[in-house]
Write a protein that binds this ligand. Structure first.
Ligand SMILES: Nc1ncnc2c1ncn2[C@@H]1O[C@H](COP(=O)(O)OP(=O)(O)OP(=O)(O)O)[C@@H](O)[C@H]1O
Length: 371
């Protein structure tokens, strides 16, 4: 059986002072009115599993207002045994990650599975992956690859830094402060790291596109969907293109080719969903992308990641809600928030764990399922 989260404790996390939640394998439904802490609870599960919030790059936002630190503790069942993982954060200090009481120093390694469980999140705002800018799509792709390989996460971070350095140098050359002497050194560094990203993305895009197509067909209908990577430059032409771009890059003060300028297109029936998709199609495509991410993680690791799904039911019609509820029940573990428990049928609720959230407090409902 794949790993799952058995329980989490939140101390000074967002609007939770000190709360504990116990979760079951299969479907967990988090019910509550608006602004009670449902999304915060999902965020805390991702924060503890990966060491970072999927909602903000600024860790101090998760610390409860007026508190000096935030801490989350999670019990994960992985490979038949239980492990205790914890994340602690106090503004101004290094984040503390631990597994079974032992400190972990590498966030990239922690995020790529040291906690014993991987997660795939869906937040309503994720529609920007379909609708938004190329950077949103690159972040989605890089997020999946980083969760699978710490080496990819490190290459992505090093690449971003190398491009920043190169851009600084380009501006200094333009302003007559630096000579061109070191530009080729930075070109080599940028290409070496950029190729790692291109190769990682290229290997993923094929299978991910197939999975996206299958997921969208199940959610939307029979039209063929697809995913196409658009290069600003191919790996073969990369080094040469960067050299050729020297003059214009110096003029603009930024690096014009490389994986930080790439994108991927999402197609439905041959039409670009970013430009022409209806709101409903874009929403379903966002969900299909998340389902594809889950399949891909499962294929690569052999383990089903935990699905953390925020308010996914409210946008769906009844037929699709039924399909999605079935999908969650079949997964190793899904935690799904809703303001309205009636989005789930009584039969589904009978087989689910229901957790009620009100004002940063948690009320566990007794399980209805036998045993
Ligand atoms: N750092 C923080 N400290 C204290 N409270 C916070 C912090 N960050 C957010 N909150 C508050 O937590 C409350 C609950 O937020 P959350 O997003 O979890 O609501 P929700 O139950 O998902 O609601 P909705 O159904 O409206 O999406 C909000 O009122 C928000 O202002």
């Amino acid at each position: 059986m794949s790993s799952y989260i058995r329980a989490i404790r939140l101390v000074n996390f967002r609007n939770y002072r000190d709360a504990a939640v116990s979760l079951a394998p299969g479907l967990n439904v988090v019910v509550g009115d608006n602004a009670q802490g449902k999304t915060n609870l999902l965020e805390s599960l991702a924060f503890t599993a990966t060491g970072s919030s999927p909602r903000t790059p600024n860790d101090s936002e998760v610390v409860r207002w007026g508190a000096e630190f935030a801490r989350t503790e999670m019990r994960v069942v992985a490979g038949g045994r239980e492990r205790a993982v914890a994340v602690g954060y106090a503004p101004g200090q290094k984040k503390r990650l631990s597994v079974d009481g032992v400190r972990r120093d590498s966030l990239a390694r922690y995020a790529a599975g040291e906690a014993g469980v991987r997660v795939v999140n869906f937040f309503p705002d994720d529609i920007r992956v379909v609708k938004g800018a190329p950077a949103d799509r690159r972040e989605f792709l890089d997020g999946i690859l980083s969760s699978l390989r710490p080496a990819y996460a490190r290459a992505a971070a090093d690449y971003a830094r190398a491009v920043q350095h190169r851009n600084q140098l380009l501006r200094r050359i333009r302003d007559g402060i630096s000579s061109r002497r070191t530009l080729s050194t930075w070109d080599r560094r940028v290409v070496e790291l950029g190729l790692q990203l291109l190769r990682g993305r290229e290997a993923a895009i094929g299978p991910l596109g197939e999975m996206f197509s299958d997921a969208l067909r199940a959610l939307y209908g029979s039209q063929k969907a697809g995913m196409r990577y658009s290069h600003s430059v191919t790996p073969e032409a990369y080094a040469e293109a960067l050299r050729e771009a020297h003059e214009s890059d110096i003029e603009r003060g930024r690096t014009s080719v490389g994986p930080h300028r790439d994108d991927f297109t999402l197609l439905l029936g041959g039409v670009d969903l970013t430009t022409y998709g209806s709101q409903g199609q874009q929403r379903l495509a966002t969900l299909a992308l998340k389902f594809a991410a889950r399949e891909y993680v499962r294929e690569v690791t052999g383990e089903d990641p935990v699905l953390l799904m925020d308010d996914v039911m409210s946008e769906l019609d009844e037929r699709r809600r039924e399909y999605v509820a079935g999908y969650f029940m079949e997964s190793s573990q899904a935690v799904v928030t809703t303001t309205n428990r009636e989005y789930f049928s009584p039969q589904v609720l009978k087989r689910a764990r229901v957790v009620r959230v009100a004002g940063g407090s948690v009320i566990q409902e007794p399980d209805q399922k036998a045993g």
